[in-house]
Design a protein. Structure first.
Length: 272
């Protein structure tokens, strides 16, 4: 039986591991082909290990194991020119993009904060999302088929959490900022039948959250750790939980859903 995304092509940033890899696999399970990009290198202000080229290769293998096509490239969402090149090469091989998942993001939370954290997190999490949509938008409009764009925000895009370090403040500001981008894009792209939404996860069991640096950061501020508690009795959710929500938003099941902020947060936001 054909999947609900049969014949579609999805452009996914931050696809080497974590939520991005989960999204690539879940959409491929439903028939989509994937254009996958990731920085696959370290940003100096980020304390935890970031993705590697081998991580991206694992994503490729997982999608190919589902008998779907995938084009993968190393590209930094901060670098518009390189991102455009990867998008163009991917669509030349796989066909026009129908779905865009602006997923790449960093959380530079550290015990020794630096002012540069603010600039790096805004560049990746906000400007990087803008770049991602901008490189894909002309092709989607010209194609005339409509489409769906889903931006990964956070519970920090709805609530005032994240602490008072440059990285924490920047993370929360960036995740609020992409909501404004989403709402503007939802209006300007609606005449082209392109829908735009944000998803807002609570803590997700991925390498960005589950690492020694993040644990130390939360332990040094117990109040912040307690403030991250969900309403439902789970400490974290799984990446596939976000993927399933995105599948709904990207498919015809959500064909008239646009301009919404969708929490997938185990009741975190409602509890606050």
């Amino acid at each position: 039986m054909a999947g609900i995304l049969e014949g579609k092509v999805a452009f996914i940033t931050g696809a080497a591991r974590g939520q991005g890899r989960s999204h690539a696999i879940r959409l491929a399970q439903e028939g989509a082909d994937i254009v996958a990009v990731d920085i696959c290198s370290q940003i100096e202000t980020v304390g935890y290990p970031m993705s590697t080229p081998d991580d991206l290769k694992e994503t490729v293998s997982a999608v190919e194991a589902l008998d779907r096509r995938i084009f993968a490239a190393q590209a930094d969402v901060r670098d518009r020119e390189t991102l455009q090149k990867a998008f163009d090469e991917g669509t030349a091989q796989l066909g026009p993009v129908d779905i865009v998942l602006a997923n790449a993001g960093i959380a530079p939370l550290s015990l020794e904060p630096s002012p540069q954290e603010w600039y790096d997190v805004l560049d990746v999490n906000l400007t990087g999302v803008y770049n991602t949509v901008e490189v894909a938008k002309p092709s989607m409009i010209e194609g005339g088929r409509g489409g769906a764009i889903v931006i990964t925000s956070s519970t920090a895009g709805i609530n005032g959490i994240g602490g008072d370090t440059p990285g924490g403040l920047g993370y929360t500001a960036s995740k609020h900022g992409v909501v404004g981008l989403m709402r503007s894009y939802a209006n300007t792209l609606a005449p082209h039948s392109i829908r735009v939404n944000t998803v807002h996860p609570t803590g997700v069991d991925t390498p960005m959250i589950v690492n020694e640096v993040m644990q130390q950061f939360l332990e040094q501020d117990p109040q912040m750790g307690q403030g991250m508690a969900n309403a439902l009795p789970v400490p974290m959710i799984e990446a596939v939980d976000i993927s399933n929500a995105i599948l709904f938003l990207a498919s015809d099941a959500g064909r008239y859903v646009t301009g919404v902020t969708l929490p997938v947060d185990a009741g975190f936001t409602n509890k606050r």
